[in-house]
Write a new protein. Structure first.
Length: 107
C-alpha cells in the first residue's frame, strides 16, 4: 500500500542526532563558517561541541566535504563526525569520526 519511497538516510540520521542532543540537555544550533554549514553546534555549561552527520564518509570526496567546516573552526572544543559506517573510530587533526549508533549508546 505504501509503495517504495526513497529514504534519505542522512537526513533521518540528522534528526535522530538532533533529538538525542536535546535529550542530553544541549541547546542546539546550526553553525555557519564562511560559506560552509556545520550541522550542529551543541552548547551546554561545558562549552560547545561541533557535529557533522553523514550516512557514510567512505567516499574520499564526501569525507573531505564533511571535515572542511569542522577544520575551519579554530577553537579547541570537541568536533565530531558521526556516520553509519561500521569502521573503527578515526581522528582527523582532532576531529573524531565515530559510528553514530555507538555515539547514541554512550551516555
Amino acid at each position: 500500500m505504501l509503495g517504495k519511497k526513497a529514504m534519505d538516510v542522512g537526513h533521518i540520521l540528522e534528526n535522530i542526532v538532533y533529538l538525542e542532543l536535546i535529550r542530553r540537555g544541549y541547546s542546539v544550533y546550526v553553525g555557519k563558517i564562511d560559506d560552509m554549514d556545520i550541522d550542529f553546534v551543541a552548547q551546554n555549561d561545558k562549552g560547545n561541541t561541533y557535529i557533522q552527520v553523514s550516512a557514510s564518509v567512505r567516499d574520499e570526496n564526501t569525507l573531505q566535504r564533511e571535515l572542511r567546516p569542522l577544520k575551519a573552526v579554530k577553537d579547541n572544543y570537541p568536533k565530531l563526525l558521526l556516520t553509519l559506517d561500521d569502521d573503527p573510530d578515526g581522528d582527523y587533526e582532532g576531529i573524531i569520526r565515530r559510528n553514530a549508533l555507538d555515539w547514541l549508546m554512550s551516555n
